[in-house]
Write a protein that binds this ligand. Structure first.
Ligand SMILES: Cc1ncc(COP(=O)(O)O)c(C=O)c1O
Length: 307
């Protein structure tokens, strides 16, 4: 990125350093924003940048915004167009993470949601692997996942990520790579910023969307790819100690991609290394996001339109 990074702010592209909000902004004071995290992958052989699943990400942003009474002044198609525009303007030729935000933008000391102006902004930064995909060690956190009637996990609310930050920080301070959070009822929900899958006796198992998880876009993709590989998939509640007897375990999300978990609470998972189903799905996912899987081509958008 040899030139000045650009952001989308107040309806146009501006230098990122000029895309600033006032300290009195409602979202800054109360966490009243919703956001997304998308990735675009650089394919060096094709000299093409592939934006992954923009439609589902922006549909989720819309659903999140409804929970917080935030108005987004763009339709999903327009949001996708602006994202492509932003990536092109930044002339990225590397893997990129994109962060759209819709937030309560008025300068107002008011704990509420109605009558407060909304705004939309977006920026993008180069990003490689966020965590190691080969084998991470996780801790079941003593922090619980925020429940649907507290701050809904289904909506990607900025303020809710304090819950993620507390658990992830604790895990790192205790010498682990990541945290797994249980619901208030004690079932497995998800990791601090990714969904979780377990393999037991050849079946891929993940908690249902009613277990206080973010309804992950990668999670949906993993289930589809698994079924296409004739791997049975079940959505059901998972007990904490099932994690200790799982044959395989992995986290998935736009940021973490597919990360094999090799240890939970100091107990090895399976053989203590990424298992065969995890590796199969990892390979399929990475081919998909780089635009190398014709079967899943509809899930990626070529940014430069060279393909
Ligand atoms: C709490 C949480 N769960 C799950 C995910 C995975 O969602 P997605 O696959 O849509 O990126 C994320 C975001 O990446 C997240 O922040």
């Amino acid at each position: 990125m040899p030139h000045e990074p650009l952001a989308f702010f107040n309806g146009r592209l501006v230098p990122l350093k000029e895309a600033n909000v006032n300290i009195a902004t409602h979202a800054f004071n109360y966490g009243t924003g919703v956001f997304e995290g998308l990735r675009a992958y650089w394919n060096p052989a094709q000299r093409e940048l592939y934006l992954v699943q923009p439609g589902p990400h922006y549909e989720r942003l819309w659903r999140s915004s409804r929970v917080l009474h935030i108005d987004i002044p763009y339709r999903v198609e327009e949001l996708i167009e602006w994202t492509v525009e932003l990536l092109r303007a930044n002339r990225f030729e590397e893997d990129v993470y994109i962060r759209p935000l819709a937030y309560k933008a008025d300068m107002a000391i008011k704990v509420g949601l109605s009558g407060i102006k909304s705004a939309f902004a977006m920026y993008a930064v180069p990003m490689g692997d966020y965590v190691s995909t080969r084998g991470i060690r996780v801790q079941v956190s003593s922090w619980r996942r925020i429940a649907d009637n507290m701050i809904p996990s289904r909506a990607k609310v900025t303020g809710a990520y304090v819950n993620a930050a507390l658990s992830s920080e604790q895990a790192k301070m205790d010498g682990y790579d990541e945290a797994i959070l249980l619901t208030d009822g004690g079932q497995v929900a998800e990791a601090s910023s990714s969904n979780l899958f377990m393999v037991r006796r050849g079946v891929l198992v993940t908690p249902p969307v009613t277990e206080d998880i973010l309804e992950g876009i990668t999670r949906d993709l993993v289930m589809e790819v698994a079924r296409d590989h004739d791997i049975p998939v079940v959505e059901r509640p998972i007990d904490r100690t099932e994690l200790y007897s799982a044959d395989e375990l992995f986290l998935c999300g736009t940021g973490v991609q597919l990360a094999a978990v090799v240890e939970v609470d100091r107990r090895p998972v399976g053989a203590g290394e990424a298992g065969p189903i995890t590796r199969t799905l990892q390979d399929a996912y990475m081919a998909l996001v780089r635009g190398e899987a014709p079967r899943y081509r509809r899930y990626v958008v070529p940014v430069y339109g060279r393909q």
